[in-house]
Each structure stands twice: as structure tokens, then as C-alpha cells.
Design a protein around this ligand. Structure first.
Ligand code: SAM
Length: 239
């Protein structure tokens, strides 16, 4: 997977991208991430990339031309790229399902806004997807881009050590993950549920599924509406 990020603040992304699981995926060349500084494509000698908004209003807007030129540079490197994601509070809310869909692409370009956002004309021209990471407003699209890169990358085969673990966690099947425990067996007087020590895999699976359903019912009942439950499981919730 080739990622490219168009940003005014490359340094915001560099530490995160080179750390831990994503950093390892980069060094193993399972993913690549090209960070492009939009300011390098400013068309004036002061490298200014923002200006006042027509019609008045507080704050500055990123201008169309530097964003457009920065994107042309990416297109030269990834000519067959199909998805250009603009991170914006006005976009579709990002979900695990969207992460899964994006993980099937060969490349994705992310466009990070700053200040009051970006001139609409260049968004209309180059963007294929507008994505929000939630109903709140941040100062820039860099953290949202990192969130997307992180969640998409871990679904790409080889990025996590154990491919199975990405399939059976929260939001797969519209259920939250079951509780998990590690050593010691007893901590602060609390013991690990005995079933997890039974060695009976089918019983453990059954227990985990039940815990997932109960947890989703208690913490995120909205998700349960889309979960596929057996008649027996539905009955359990009614009791
Ligand atoms: N004026 C914009 C509005 O009201 O929709 C907000 C601009 S925000 C201060 C600056 C930039 O941060 C946006 O262009 C976008 O790239 C990013 N951003 C802020 N909140 C975001 C969110 N919830 N999801 C994705 N990107 C966000």
C-alpha cells in the first residue's frame, strides 16, 4: 500500500509514522508513506499558502493552487492512484468498515486542511472521498490522516504479526471485543474467569461471544441493531 499525505506540517506525521507497528511495516516495505509539504508548491517568494476568505469571516483559508500543484507532484509518483481523501468535519464519519474497504486499495492520497480549511474549488477538482473522524473540530487534518493510516495499515496482511487478530476485534461483526486477561491469575483479589483456563477452545469461544454481546449491549447498544445474532443470543438479551 502506498500512502501519500499532502500537509503544511510534515513534522506532525513523521514521529507517529516511524514508530511501533506502523514504523515496522514501513521498514519491511509492506507500506510506504510519502509526506509532501504543500508549502513547497507555494507560488510566491514568501511561501505563503493561505489567504482571507471571500465574503468575509474570521480566519485564513488554504489556497487552491499550492494544493493542486502538490497533488500533481504526487500523481507523477503514483499515476494510477484512485482515492484522494480530504479529512474534514463535513465528511462521512470514519468506521472500521471504511478502513477495511480502503485497505483493499493499492494507494491512497490524504489531503490535510489547516486554518479554516481549503478553497472549495480544488477539493471539487481532486478529492474523491471526504472523511471525518468524528463530530468535533480539530486544528488540522494531520491527526485524522494518521488515524486513518494507522487503522487501514493494520488490516493489510503482514502488518500485524498475527493476521487473525485484526478479524476478531471490536467492530468486526458490529460487536465490541470481549474482556481479556493476562498474568497473574490473581490481581488485587480479582481472578481470571476459570473458563479461560479450561483448555476447552469451543467453550472459550462461546464464552467470548457471549461476553462480546453483553458488553456491546451495555456500552454500545446502537451497534447491536446491525449485529447478526442467533435466536438464542437474542433471547439471552431479552432475559
Ligand atoms: N471551518 C471548518 C469547518 O467548520 O468545517 C473547520 C476547519 S478545521 C479548524 C481545519 C482542518 O482540520 C480541516 O480542514 C480538516 O482538514 C481538519 N479537521 C478538523 N476536524 C476534523 C475532523 N473531525 N475530521 C477530519 N478532519 C478534521
Amino acid at each position: 500500500m502506498k500512502f501519500a499525505v499532502l500537509t503544511l506540517f510534515p513534522e506532525m506525521l513523521e514521529t507517529i509514522i516511524n514508530t511501533s507497528i506502523i514504523g515496522r511495516a514501513l521498514s519491511k516495505e509492506i507500506i510506504s508513506c510519502d509526506i509532501i509539504n504543500i508549502r513547497d508548491y507555494a507560488f510566491n517568494k514568501h511561501h505563503k499558502v493561505d489567504d482571507y476568505t471571500y465574503g468575509g469571516g474570521a480566519g485564513m483559508l488554504m489556497q487552491a493552487e499550492p494544493v493542486y500543484q502538490a497533488y500533481q507532484a504526487v500523481k507523477e509518483k503514483i499515476p494510477d492512484n484512485k482515492r484522494v481523501v480530504y479529512l474534514t468535519p463535513c465528511g462521512k464519519t470514519f468506521t472500521q468498515k471504511m478502513a477495511k474497504d480502503f485497505s483493499k486499495e493499492d494507494s491512497i492520497v490524504f489531503l490535510c486542511g489547516h486554518y479554516e480549511g481549503i478553497d472549495e474549488r480544488v477539493i471539487e477538482d481532486i478529492v474523491t472521498d471526504e472523511v471525518s473522524i468524528g463530530d468535533y473540530v480539530l486544528t488540522g487534518g494531520e491527526l485524522p490522516a494518521m488515524i486513518m493510516i494507522d487503522s487501514i495499515s493494520r488490516l493489510i496482511p503482514g502488518v500485524l504479526n498475527n493476521d487473525v487478530s485484526a478479524d476478531i476485534e471490536s467492530f468486526s461483526d458490529n460487536l465490541l471485543e470481549y474482556p481479556q486477561y493476562s498474568r497473574p491469575y490473581q490481581w488485587m483479589g480479582k481472578k481470571v474467569p476459570d473458563i479461560l483456563l479450561s483448555g476447552d477452545h469451543s467453550k472459550v469461544e462461546k464464552w467470548r461471544r457471549r461476553q462480546s454481546i453483553i458488553r456491546t449491549y451495555e456500552k454500545r447498544p446502537d451497534l447491536l441493531e446491525k449485529a447478526e445474532l442467533t435466536d438464542e443470543e437474542k433471547k439471552m438479551l431479552e432475559e
